[in-house]
Ligand binder design. Sequence first.
Ligand code: ARG
Length: 409
Amino acid sequence: MTERVVLAYSGGLDTSVAIGWIGEATGAEVVAVAVDVGQGGEDMNLIRQRALDCGAMEAYIADAREEFATEYCMPALKANALYLDRYPLVSALSRPVIVKHMVRAARQFGATTVAHGCTGKGNDQVRFEVATTSLAPELKTIAPVRDLALTREKAISYAEQHKLPIATTKKNPFSIDQNVWGRAVETGYLEDIWNEPTKDVYSYTDDPTFPPVADEVVITFDRGIPVAIDGVKVTPLEAVQEMNRRAGAQGVGRIDIVEDRLVGIKSREVYEAPGAIALIAAHQELENVTLEREQARFKRQVEQRWTELVYDGMWFSPLKRSLDTFIEDTQRYVSGDIRMLLHGGRATVTGRKSDASLYDFNLATYDEGDSFDQSQAKGFIEIYGLTAKLAAARDVKFGNGVDLGSGTL
Ligand code: ARG
């Protein structure tokens, strides 16, 4: 029987050429699978037809939008996942869901191999292949661009020679990856890290220096998940889409960063993630109100580790799964409303409300109604500071006391 390869198909030049290229190099039949993670842009049916026209034996679209939002973006929101404190893992989140659909297709079509269009320099190849190994260790992976040295020039001449129905002339200067959680733009003009991103880099956000009048929004969370916006019920997908629209109109969520890739390269990336950035800011503040202090402090460490694991392609790993359990447990009381002002590129929290709030007005107030017994503070500090006091006395004894400097008042 002819071997079959399932190809993660984007509809672009590289993966279109890869269909024939894989066939020639391996003798296998190619099944093209385009996974819809809310990337927008082209009609998915056109993409499917193009795969068939390029010689795929079968091609289909997997609509993974709700699944992606619910099972990938929402855990990232609960984890307040920001790599290097800024990048909301846009591409890193989509790879595992894409792989899940590839593996499903491989089983369905009896394929032995999955293929992807990544280069050998990025994180996505790692995410793709490690996820594949985790879900289906028996499957092989190939990457035509990397393993068969499919350069852009070769791709263009192959497409022209074989009259493939794909535009080869309009060379987009950027490498773009987008989904409902955000958009990643790299290469080209941006590789000079002093160059300011030009206007054409952006598509999910409007210019924050020319914002329309400020937009106020109330987001309702239930156990860490946004369930209503301005009182209107939403699914996770709708929540992200709606916040993309509203925060994007105010220029929220533009990120320009030099980041550390897993493969050791530092690379310049421009991201747009208006919905993700606004939702994470809202979620973080609701946690400030509802998480007990020690749980909150520890969660920050867990968040960072979770984020690095996901960035590094370990979505299906045991540690990630264990951390998910911890994070899920912390969300028990993360329910309530956050009011935000979206304006001039910022999403600023202006109000919070929760039945499960740990904020106690009577403990916090400096006005009438103070229920905090301030006389207890003195003894608390005495005992709390005891170790510091003993250590300082020893320092003095050994002549290592803190130098106060010689200045006089
Ligand atoms: N550097 C980012 C990441 O590793 C974005 C990768 C975007 N991929 C792309 N093909 N442009 O998550």
